[in-house]
Design a protein around this ligand. Sequence first.
Ligand code: PXL
Length: 274
Amino acid sequence: MKRAARTTSRRQHPRVALAIAGSDPGGGAGIQADLKTFAALGVYGYSAITSVIAQNSSTVNRVAPVDAAMVAAQIETLAAERRPDAIKTGALGTAGIVAAIARLDLPAPVVDPVLLSSAGARLLDVAGERALIKCLLPLARIVTPNLAEAQALSGIDGSSSAAIRAMARALGKAGARAVLVKGGHLGSRSESPTQSIDLLYDGRHFVELRAARIPGGGAHGLGCALSAAIAAYLALGMDLAGAVRRAKRYVTAALRASFRLGTGRAVLDHFARQ
Ligand code: PXL
């Protein structure tokens, strides 16, 4: 489609995705990264902030979860005007926030089960981890853990492909309709060190999604961009497997164009040409 036609279609039939996540004032991860991803993919972005976080690309200095009722109020106020077409959740802070979100009548979310920041700070407390398993996984359209998150949520150790499949099955059993275990953090320890392999499980079948591994140790906010891109493509009407494939292509391009702002981790170019 030509640019003008695409813009007209976007204005006549705007698609809306909602990010429920923590704030990264540095713009590399969290809500700010989600909104850039939605914008890059032509979807109107709604956002509800769960935690205010003082951080840059190398350090987290302070985390202040927002009151759970205030998180619910942000979402209810938005949905009263326009129900979002798709939702993603990121760092949720506390069990109270997880429970408040699970009580709302919303489209099935893309759940990025963020437990720690890339700098190692806890972005969901221990009770919140249990609440996520009990209340949010059963609602999830898809859950997108990295290896450490898949291990923590499933209680299964290891990093072989058999172990990763067992983790995906366990998260499916916990109620998620689909599971994407991201292979990015496996690095040179993986069975395929030159490739980044994500495993998609839809409750019946496994599909391996491969991309050439991009050297440089990844980037801050990669998982945020991936889950936001999946939600954006779902909002545009794509089926889940198509949305996951396109989202992986999107973050691969954003990672290839990543750069550093200071001494911390690289940040993505959310607007890189695909
Ligand atoms: O990438 C995980 C993540 C999610 N959400 C927020 C973050 C981070 C990583 O630092 O800051 C707000």
